[in-house]
Design a protein around this ligand. Structure first.
Ligand SMILES: *Cc1c(COP(=O)(O)O)cnc(C)c1O
Length: 220
């Protein structure tokens, strides 16, 4: 298991996929998903200059990242898991991007904390493309209203859309729904695609792929 060569292999397959799709490789960012991975493993690619990482809980991020951030000041942390309103204060301290904005109460709390601290983050709206009742995310039919509302009322800097396709579905269907929605809403960033399906996601215009185990190996 060589973490550095894993990352290189993904970069090279992104390069190939961009060629096939006639896309500019510069618009694609790899979020290295470091949840449940050791600090030692994370350090391997930090040391090689990788700058964008994803964690799925505020709690784990707070444990692992403060020291690493001191050592590597220019990194950017993305929250890719559910954010509870009572964790907003901590989330704003440690994250740069929140990819899981999915309800109004949360938007309101984030806006309040941004005003209080003067810190502004970037946000992706999480979209429930599969209309799954138990799944987080804004429904496609509500996305336009939610986007306008969070921008105008809460002044959140929404940069794009994010989705997690249902486990047993063809992911391309969901990537295509998200891309279509983004076009309609004039959004240019799409966080879609993980270790198993990132190549398909790139075919559908993903700009932010979230890769965990294909870089770091199995989670603890
Ligand atoms: C864990 C996780 C990933 C990474 O998944 P891998 O299969 O390890 O690449 C991506 N996105 C989200 C939202 C996750 O929770």
């Amino acid at each position: 298991m060589n973490i550095e060569s894993n990352l290189k292999a993904i970069q090279s397959s992104i390069f190939d996929q961009c060629k096939i799709n006639n896309r500019n490789i510069k618009e694609i960012e790899i979020t290295a998903v470091s949840k449940k991975q050791s600090v030692e493993k994370i350090d391997v690619i930090l040391n090689k200059g990788h700058k964008v990482f994803g964690e799925n809980t505020v709690q784990e991020c707070k444990k692992k990242w403060p020291l690493l951030k001191e050592k590597y000041p220019n990194i950017r942390l993305h929250l890719i898991g559910k954010l509870q309103t009572n964790k907003v204060k901590d989330a704003l301290k440690i994250f740069d991007v929140i990819e899981t904005l999915d309800n109004e109460k949360l938007a309101k709390a984030l806006s309040k904390e941004e005003l209080k601290t003067g810190k502004k983050l970037k946000y992706f709206i999480q979209v429930n493309t599969g209309n799954e009742p138990q799944k987080n995310g804004i429904l496609i039919k509500d996305a336009k209203e939610f986007l306008n509302f969070t921008r105008i009322n809460y002044k959140l800097n929404i940069v794009g859309l994010m989705c997690i396709p249902p486990k047993d579905d063809e992911p391309s269907l969901h990537f295509s729904l998200l891309a279509d929605l983004g076009k309609r809403l004039n959004l240019t960033k799409f966080s879609m695609g993980m270790s198993k399906d990132y190549k398909i996601a790139l075919d559908f215009g993903s700009t932010n792929i979230r890769i965990g185990e294909s870089i770091f190996g199995p989670r603890i």
